[in-house]
Design a protein around this ligand. Sequence first.
Ligand code: SF4
Length: 363
Amino acid sequence: MGAPQHFFSLDKNELADFVQSLGMKKFRANQLIQWVYERRIIDFNRMTNFSKPDRLRLSKSLTFESTSILTHQTASDKTEKLLLAIQPDNPVSPTTECVMIPSENTGGGSRQTACVSSQVGCPVGCTFCASGLDGLELNLTTGQIVEQIWQLNKTSQSGQITNVVFMGMGEPLSNLANVMKAVRIITAPWAFNLSARRVTISTVGLPAQIRRLADQLDLPVTLAISLHAPTDDLRKTLIPWAEYTSVDALIDAANYYFDRTGREVTLEYILLRDVNDRPEHARQLAAVAKRIRGNINLIRYNQVKGLPYKRPETENVHTFQNILRSKRVNVHIRASRGRDISGACGQLRHERKTTPLNINIAN
Ligand code: SF4
């Protein structure tokens, strides 16, 4: 018998085909879905509407947790980070990280945002980011992406996920097929049932893939483009893949995305001290922003050990924002979360498994 099938990689039809291949009626897939997604039960022994032989067959053929949690850290601001071994039986398994960020939303309710990874490492290698330091090791499967949602829901002390952002390790659009299928499962009414409007896919900017996402996903997810510089020359010094595209091409792709989905596009801009945080950069950025239907998120750089960039001065951040506002650009400063556990933007790292299996170091 081969490796068990990963439950979280299957959509409803595939699950029906799968249970049929085990000799069961297709409707059994619906019962499995109810146990897992509605009741959050993955112990086959508790699935009492299956016969004992069926439970045995399922337990040998299907797995829910293909990753194991190596560490579970909680920051002073209640942000939680999981380090997951994606080959739990391998003593030097590649690892990936995901983060749960609790916050208040504008209506006074609470929001739990899951920041998930799409790859181990990252092929882009932005010069300010920890995730791309060692390049790309592998693409995560659909199941490994969806499982991050499951693991965060299971372990988080702050509640169940309400929002998902693909802003962890990796470039989601270079693992597009797996990311799109994961988004379909995350938003499916029969599965996690999250509104597509509460899902954000963040990309460094691959114009052809942005168009494919708009055409093929057919869901109103939010697109965030990591611009980080208003001109091609400066962008190329920060983002190696900027060699293959241009700010103009990204603007065209962003406008295409808006036309197809009706969703405004967010431009992400990491402020690096004395690199891209000067008033002239703000004026150039305003000119770019005027060409799309969207808004800008300013992110104060979170320092990474071994990299030369510095966090911007607070005064300069506000000056930068004020220049954009004076030009009627919709701009926000994103709060940094989880910095004391290296769970903030750009700080997620790809590490080799060095700690024993299944240790939970919540602090
Ligand atoms: S910033 Fe994003 S795209 Fe750039 S190296 Fe880091 S994870 Fe990859």
